[in-house]
Design a protein. Structure first.
Lengths: 115, 110
């Protein structure tokens, strides 16, 4: 059973602070790691992906991956009220061969950025 | 480009009724997916289609059937709806790792 664990929150941070979101996964064969943002009542949208150990930065967002510890994180710098949403960690692993992949999602962490 | 579209946006069914949720994508993606999202449960895969003509079960397939009508369209059918199928249903497509999601269908079964 592939599992992806996240702290459900809510995580509250003041505007301008750094928000740190964490995720652990169980399948050591996992190759690709994703962070989706989901506003209330909306569909998930991809904000970051990472394949290699280390950090990957995109604007105010930094994804961090440590495959040895099976740990992925997302840092949001200079948090804004518009960042208030649920953040879903997703892990992509090969499934049933034939080039198909399955995304396993965590339950999400709700982030609130307080003005 | 509309991306991934889903119909209907909302639906209320009575227990035992049947219905089909429609999904279409215009990104020429090979793979398509159906998820359900319940409070506190996250997104769970119901069925997926790696390519036109193939479908496979995901984590929670019971009570559902799917049809990959062509490369663009992937439908989800509830033959005999149950209250436990009250959920938000998302269709997604991909041609690699990244999945693109439709706007969702909010289904209530009374």
């Amino acid at each position: 059973q592939k599992e992806v664990e996240q702290n459900s929150g809510p995580l509250s941070v003041p505007e301008g602070a750094i928000a740190s979101l964490n995720c652990t996964y169980s399948d050591r064969g996992s190759q690709s790691f994703f962070w989706y943002r989901q506003y209330s009542g909306k569909s998930p949208e991809l904000i970051m992906f990472i394949y290699s150990n280390g950090d990957k930065e995109d604007g105010r967002f930094t994804a961090q991956l440590n495959k040895a510890s099976q740990y992925v994180s997302l840092l949001i710098r200079d948090s804004q009220p518009s960042d208030s949403a649920t953040y879903l960690c997703a892990v992509n692993t090969p499934y049933s061969g034939a080039g198909s992949y399955q995304l396993t999602f965590g339950k999400g962490t709700k982030l609130s950025v307080i003005p | 480009n509309a991306g991934v579209t889903q119909t209907p946006k909302f639906q209320v069914l009575k227990t035992g009724q049947s219905m089909t949720l429609q999904c279409a994508q215009d990104m020429n993606h090979n793979s398509m997916y159906w998820y359900r999202q319940d409070p506190g449960m996250g997104l769970r895969l119901i069925y997926y289609s790696a390519s036109e003509g193939t479908t496979d079960k995901g984590e929670v397939p019971n009570g559902y059937n799917v049809s990959r009508l062509n490369k663009r369209e992937f439908s989800l059918r509830l033959e005999s709806a149950a209250p436990s199928q009250t959920s938000v249903y998302f269709c997604a497509s991909s041609d690699g790792d990244e999945q693109f999601f439709g706007p969702g269908t909010r289904l209530t079964v009374l």
